[in-house]
Ligand binder design. Structure first.
Ligand SMILES: Cc1ncc(COP(=O)(O)O)c(C=O)c1O
Length: 370
């Protein structure tokens, strides 16, 4: 047997892959309720399915890089097609930005908590992650982020609205970050749920070092189909093209993404369904003493249960065992161990989840009184 370690990049042994254990369980047990990974509970429309079927008939052919869809996207943001790069979901953009800018020992600056894939893709390249805790009310701590910048900071991540905290970065704070002139990924994966908030894409006319990432996985509801896009200055898009694997986005994904992009009413319907669920969860959970839901502009709600005396893990385990609803708990933040996240399900699933949480906390209260 060869000694792989002799050849392996030295930091690879320390890398923990993105955890997909929950997905393996969920796919093997379809009766479970998937409220742990920020999917859309509503399936793709007939129009999307038909587009995929038509594209599949040409499945013997290699795809192009989607000039028609790129020009539609460009028009929506008042940009040119040369500012648009189509990708295999926005995860690909996250990975490519790291590969463009990070070499071993370089630093990637991001908030904590945030989407865990950023850190993983930085570490795969030997980069170190400088994670700055958000403020106690879970806003970006911009002064702390600015203080953490060093000559080795090669990428800054701004997720807005942030997963899992749900809020947008303030414009003034974003300006302070962008003015640093360091490559900055502005991840707007959840923005389509709140189109009344402007995209930061207009900044790319002024700054050539920012990349705005979007996905068809969330409000468009196509996580399993895989499509996303980056918006950036032409020069930066050219670098992405150099890095690109040809045919990164399949003919089927391209067709589905274009059909979804054209279906504005369907997108509004999906966003409204989600946002009604967010309102319901925040209202119902906010009534429970000690439970603090953080209002979210995404398809998830982060909750701090620390003041109930319960940990996020206890609640997530109880809800799973009693109802088959899968949720996600988070590492302690500022010593508080009660964080867990509910990804929006159907209205019925949301209600099932709320009742299970109430029951758990009710049982706890009774146990304490005995
Ligand atoms: C903030 C954020 N960005 C990007 C992604 C990745 O999405 P995809 O690769 O499916 O586009 C996710 C997925 O949960 C996310 O939360």
């Amino acid at each position: 047997m060869a000694d792989l370690k002799r050849y392996l990049v030295p930091w690879m042994d320390q890398i923990k892959p993105y955890d997909t254990e929950d997905l393996i369980i969920a796919w093997s047990r379809p009766e479970l309720k998937r409220m742990m990974i920020n999917e859309n509970p509503l399936p793709p429309s007939e129009r999307i399915l038909n587009a995929i079927l038509e594209a599949a008939k040409l499945g013997n052919r290699y795809p192009d890089n989607g000039p028609r869809l790129r020009s539609k996207i460009a028009r929506r943001y008042d940009l040119s097609s040369e500012n648009v790069y189509l990708s295999h979901g926005s995860s690909e953009i996250i990975d490519m930005i790291m590969r463009l800018f990070v070499t071993p020992g370089d630093e990637v600056l991001l908030p904590n908590p945030t989407f865990s894939l950023y850190g993983i893709r930085a570490r795969v390249l030997g980069g170190s992650v400088v994670a700055i805790d958000m403020t106690p009310d879970l806003q970006y701590d911009i002064s702390a982020m600015l203080r953490a910048v060093t000559p080795r900071t090669k990428v800054i991540i701004i997720c807005t609205p942030n997963n899992p905290t749900g809020d947008f970065i303030l414009d003034d704070d974003l300006t302070k970050i962008v003015e640093l002139g360091i490559p900055t990924l502005i991840d707007e994966a959840y923005l389509e749920y709140h189109p009344e908030h402007d995209s930061k894409a207009s900044l790319i006319r002024k700054y050539n070092h920012i990349i705005v990432a979007h996905t068809f996985s969330k409000a468009y509801g196509m996580a399993g189909i895989r499509a996303g896009y980056a918006l950036a200055d032409e020069e930066l898009i050219q670098y992405l093209r150099k890095m690109q694997l040809p045919w990164n986005i399949s003919l089927l994904s391209l067709a589905a993404a274009e059909a979804a992009f054209d279906e504005e009413e369907e997108l509004k319907r999906k966003a409204a369904y989600n946002n009604a669920g967010v309102d319901y969860l925040c209202k119902e959970l906010g009534k429970i003493p000690g439970l603090k839901p953080f209002y979210s502009h995404g398809n998830y709600v982060l909750i701090d249960a620390t003041d109930t005396g319960g940990t996020g893990k206890e609640i997530v385990d109880y809800v799973f065992e009693s109802t088959g609803v899968m949720l996600k708990h988070f590492a302690p933040l500022r010593g508080r161990k009660g964080f867990f996240r509910i990804s929006l399900g159907t209205h019925e699933e949301n209600s099932l989840c709320v009742h299970a949480i109430k029951k758990f906390l009710g049982n706890r209260k009774k146990e304490k009184q005995v």
